[in-house]
Design a protein around this ligand. Structure first.
Ligand SMILES: Cc1ncc(COP(=O)(O)O)c(C=O)c1O
Length: 373
């Protein structure tokens, strides 16, 4: 018998859906002003985080964390009972858990297109098809647009509101109507409110009337904790009881909990910083089309704005000019329904003034010449 016959072969273990998929790794953005990931970019907040980090205790590293105490504090802060909330190490982990828990029977999920990009990846890992409800430049997303996609066997329906990456925000009554249509057809509605702090809105009132709704809220955006990996998930007590079985909260870091606890005490400073970033975003959205002929800013209530410069070629030109000056933005591809846009994370005004000046120089005075590029 040849020895080879006994050797381990990875091939035997591959999941067919993932076998040909590219290996994933994040881009190295160190050394750049990163306006491509929608982190909270604000010098005052960076100083708060650094100061609070310096005050953490060694025990937060040497001991395993006790997550339940902090879950109860977060629930109390949100006005929820603690049996309606759990924490996860970033919303990423919540997405994976919900897909595993609730979507496996149906073979598909329904989502806004575009939506948080990891959703499609995690769905494909599980062999789930993605049924997209496409963003429209004229009306964004409406509950009616979802109706055809809801005629499928019960599954999870995913929206981010405000939506990442478009920035579009559906009014709360519309989300409530969508929740009701989902309930009629047996679907669970997952609302990701990662960017809600910048719109100063909350979907928590939905939980009172709709027990098919799950809310996810990252601490990455409004709380400047992208590197710490933390999110809360809120739903009916029955749903939370089931989700706790999956133990998704177990990998949350004790350092993260200790830091979040301190930052929540400084909420008013975060609110001030977010308002400053929203005002800066509004300034860019108003001035960009004035300064750059033929461009337009798409409506956004998040901490970023999509600037439509008229063609993918022009968007790429702006993206590379900014990169050469040490600033990263996201050049949106056509698959996102936002082709021709550069998406810029809001930052303090001097940074955005620089973005505008570089974009204007890169495009010169030329008009886009729509349809010919
Ligand atoms: C809509 C949306 N949800 C969630 C996230 C990421 O959340 P987390 O850092 O908690 O995994 C992003 C990040 O870009 C996002 O756009």
């Amino acid at each position: 018998v040849s020895l080879n016959a006994h050797l381990f072969s990875a091939r035997d273990f591959l999941r067919p859906a993932m076998a040909g998929a590219p290996a994933r790794s994040a881009q190295d953005k160190r050394g750049f002003v990163n306006l491509s990931s929608n982190e909270l970019v604000h010098e005052g907040v960076a100083a708060i985080v650094a100061a609070e980090l310096a005050r953490l205790d060694g025990g937060d590293v040497t001991r395993y964390p006790f997550c339940a105490a902090f879950e109860a504090e977060v629930a109390g802060w949100l006005g929820l009972d603690s049996d309606s909330l759990m924490l996860t190490p970033g919303s990423d982990a919540a997405y994976k858990m919900l897909l595993c828990c609730f979507s496996h029977g149906s073979g598909a999920v329904v989502t806004q297109a575009p939506n948080y990009e990891q959703l499609a990846l995690y769905a494909s890992m599980l062999g789930l098809a993605v049924r997209g409800v496409r963003y429209r430049r004229d009306e964004g997303f409406t509950p009616e647009m979802f109706s055809p996609a809801l005629d499928s066997s019960p599954t999870t329906v995913w929206v981010s509101n405000p939506n990442g990456p478009s920035g579009w925000k559906m009014p709360l009554p519309d989300v409530a109507r969508l929740a009701a249509s989902c309930a009629e057809r047996g679907h669970i509605l997952v609302v990701d409110e990662a960017y809600a702090d910048f719109a100063e809105c909350s979907h928590l009132p939905l939980l009172r009337a709709h027990d098919n709704v799950v809310l996810i809220k990252s601490f990455s955006k409004g709380w400047a904790m992208a590197g710490a990996r933390l999110a809360w998930l809120a739903a009916s007590p029955a749903m939370i009881r089931y989700l706790r079985v999956w133990n998704a909260h177990n990998p949350i870091s004790g350092l993260t909990i200790a830091l979040a606890r301190r930052l929540l005490e400084r909420e008013s400073e975060f609110i001030r910083a977010r308002r400053e970033l929203v005002a800066a975003r509004n300034w860019l959205a108003a001035d960009f089309p004035r300064v750059i002929p033929g461009s337009a800013a798409l409506p956004s209530e998040a901490n970023f704005v999509n600037l439509d410069v008229g063609s993918e070629r022009r968007a790429a030109t702006v993206g590379s000019a900014l990169r050469s000056s040490g600033i990263l933005v996201r050049v949106m591809g056509p698959e996102t329904a936002l082709g021709g846009c550069v998406r810029v994370t809001s930052a303090q005004l001097p940074v955005l003034e620089k973005v505008l000046a570089i974009a204007r120089n890169a495009l010169g005075g030329e008009r886009p010449g729509r349809g010919t590029e």
